[in-house]
Ligand binder design. Structure first.
Ligand SMILES: [Zn+2]
Length: 358
């Protein structure tokens, strides 16, 4: 009897585990967002940060192939194709061979796909999920790949790489023949019912959060979630990037950094609200690497003082760092993202959860 009970319990728990496969995956990348940038956001938010809503936390080792500090090309590509590669690579392995990315694999499995960023769509992180090129600065070639990527909804900047090209091609016209609706402002996208759309709202990158970008990332992400969910009963895979956290850190600009982190945090909150209601969505928030080496030392050190006053925001470099990077996960399968592992393992964990072969 006891043995039957144990067998029944094991069956029940394996069924419970089997039911845990997420239908939708939302991968959120804060470019350059290391542990101390997250800590800064939590201090600034005074207990209201959405980062504190996660309870599955892990860390990733982000170095690129060869043991170097990663750039955004190799970092994004590790998440997109599940392999560490050389710096500057876009969706290709160390032999410069194209490997199927998460979006292509999702499409093969009949899911909808989307990308929402605050930079040009051709920039390293979004390009890693929608193109295959040997060098990240081949923006026009990357744009050519993007219109053939079949990613259902693409939201970001970079119009000049599609419509004002050296080779004279107009990829916006070509994208229309491939079934894309084109929007050049978010207002018309927000009122649309688009199934396949390119929303290209800036000539190059979008403005910084503290300079006229306005409320863009959270509503653009939510609209894209809404359309992808409506479009495809099998679910969707989406990549959202807070692209300019990295640039604020490269510039060692604390005010810029604070507003970019607040904007990304707000977007995380909107996504978590959706995921909580939906119940079938796995949300993974991480970064490709640390930038700027942010530290939060005391603003004033007074040997007579018994307590520290405020913290200062200091940068130790204008470049990328080799530090561990936090991973926050919520939803079905979130526990799989606990522990310390390689950046490229994130891809394989998603593949296992979705039971996808490469
Ligand atoms: Zn980066």
């Amino acid at each position: 009897m006891k043995r039957i009970l144990i067998a029944a319990l094991m069956l029940a728990s394996s069924l419970a585990y089997a039911q845990k496969a997420p239908k939708n995956i939302i991968l959120m990348i804060g470019d350059g967002m290391g542990y101390n940038s997250v800590a800064l956001r939590m201090l600034e938010a005074k207990g209201t940060s959405n980062f504190e809503r996660f309870n599955s936390i892990g860390s990733v080792k982000t170095y690129s192939a060869g043991g170097r500090i990663t750039d955004s090309g190799a970092g994004g590509t590790a998440y997109a194709i599940g392999e560490k590669t050389y710096n500057g690579a876009i969706g290709v392995d160390t032999n410069k061979q194209s490997k199927p990315n998460l979006m292509e694999i999702a499409q093969k499995n009949k899911l909808a796909t989307g990308i929402v960023v605050t930079c040009a769509l051709t920039h390293a992180t979004p390009a890693s999920f929608s193109a295959h090129q040997v060098k990240r600065d081949m923006y026009e070639a990357i744009a050519g790949d993007i219109i053939n990527s079949n990613v259902d909804l693409l939201v970001g900047g970079g119009m000049k790489y599609f419509a004002k090209r050296k080779d004279g091609r107009n990829l916006i016209d070509e994208a229309k023949t491939k079934g894309y609706s084109i929007y050049t402002d978010t207002t018309s996208y927000f009122s649309s019912d688009a199934k396949k759309a390119m929303v290209v709202v800036a000539d190059d990158h979008l403005k910084p959060a503290n300079k006229e970008r306005g409320n863009y990332l959270a509503p653009a992400t939510l609209k894209t979630v809404e359309l992808l969910k409506k479009e495809n009963k099998n679910g969707f895979v989406m990549m959202v990037e807070g692209s300019q956290i990295d640039w604020a850190e490269h510039n060692n600009d604390a005010e810029y950094l604070k507003t970019e982190l607040a904007d990304f945090d707000k977007t995380i909150g909107a996504v978590l609200d959706f995921a909580q209601k939906d119940g079938n969505t796995l949300v993974i928030v991480l970064a490709d690497h640390d930038t700027g080496g942010v530290t939060l030392p005391p603003a004033e050190v007074n040997s007579l003082s018994e307590e520290y006053g405020n913290y200062a925001i200091k940068f130790s470099t204008g470049a990328h760092c080799g530090t561990l990077i936090p991973v926050f996960a919520y939803g079905p399968g979130a526990e799989k993202f606990q522990g310390i592992y390689q950046n490229s393992d994130v891809f394989h964990k998603i593949m296992q959860l979705k039971k996808w072969g490469k």
